[in-house]
Design a protein around this ligand. Sequence first.
Ligand code: NAP
Length: 248
Amino acid sequence: MDPRTYSPPADLLRDRIVLITGASDGIGKAVALAAAAHGATVILHGRNVRRLEAVYDSIVGAGQPRPSILPLDFERAGPSEYDQLATAIDKEFGQLDVLLHNAGMLGERAPIEHYDVAKWMRTMHVNVNAPFILTRTCLPLLKRSADASIVFTSSGVVPRPRAFWGAYLVSKWASDGLMHLLADELEGATAIRVNSINPGKVRTNMRLQAYPAEDRSTLPPPEAIVKPYLYLFGPDSRGVNGATVECQ
Ligand code: NAP
């Protein structure tokens, strides 16, 4: 089965609780809308509350399951704020079926010799430490699901490392390392599968920041690459563990 040509049934994610980080914009927003359209109750995480509310309104306006909004700035949040987030999910839903680590930042593109140390730390923190802490905090909720899925977000810089991509490149290698580690730890012991997804080149603000001179009309919009996400969220990907799924 090729996840890129997957045909999800309309009720694929009915009764599933799906937490998407970075759901306010870009790929996360498109995946949140697609998951809700396939029956999921989506927990929308991000920083920008106004944008999160716009996603919430689209979902409610379409008559889909009422989502939740959980704002948290990964740059600033401490362990107690992650605990509060998990407590809020526990109180409202009692379990979690899907955790998509999608939020990310590009950092700067510069040679290592001149890379700004504070920007390096921030990028590693948002792209690697935050998914680690969030996973650790949400594992008890995911263990209550009969069919849980954790998805990390990879990038083309993992198979094709290249100069000047700094902390972003290293963070994506670390994120994939965490995915493999967790997939091995949980295999057999839980009903949780752990995989990565590589969106490919997508027309978002992050892509614009990385390639400001690029002709954006050549890039697919985020809505065009959501099928592999739905595949990993739903029961058809049962048994897939420790894999990287390509969207393009
Ligand atoms: P995007 O449009 O810039 O969206 C990034 C999302 O991450 C936003 O929802 C943003 O929230 C959230 N975020 C950023 N910093 C955050 C922080 N400190 N705390 C909490 N949330 C934060 O980016 P995108 O292109 O959709 O990227 C999504 C994922 O795909 C990233 O992991 C990226 O590395 C990966 N990716 C993208 C491409 C591509 O071509 N676009 C290619 C390969 C991989 P706010 O808006 O609320 O700040």
